[in-house]
Design a protein around this ligand. Sequence first.
Ligand SMILES: [Zn+2]
Length: 185
Amino acid sequence: MDKQTENKKLIEQYPFLLHQHNLSGTYSTGFESTVLDDMPVGWRAAFGEDLCKEIIAELVRNNCVDSYQVLQIKEKYGELRWYSQGGTERIHREIVPKYEKMSRRICIQCGQPATLVTKSWVAPWCNACAEQFPCSKHVDSDAFYGSTDGEGEFSLPYLKWPPTAKVSGSFSRIHRTEAWKSVGV
Ligand SMILES: [Zn+2]
């Protein structure tokens, strides 16, 4: 399937992925790209479509598919940022934040479990990808986020990885600025 056909199919399934031009208020007419193209490749491979599926299910359940729009997807401070408007409160308070937190522990490059965090440009990496980019400096993920004092457990058993590569762990309450100081970022 070529890229345009693939994008058309994506937008039919998840209309909120259509690129919106905010300044003019008009919508993209072609299918050259979708908002999902702005998501780092590792995260997209790991959970991009799972996030879209949860959102569309929520929108359909509440009969408000047309009310929801994704404005921007990007990485910031090593985490996914998924800026959107409309839809339901649950999307903004539960569904999106859940994936934003998960993203900290998933390699931004390949979607495997992340074990390292790059310094300066804060981003999660797995050992294999970090080896391919030896110029970037890394610190241990647990040192960065804390390993035990979490605010919630998470696991991703549904990812299409080898079954042994299950991501699990906990989220830290550590203040981010303090965390950076502790690892010398
Ligand atoms: Zn990787």
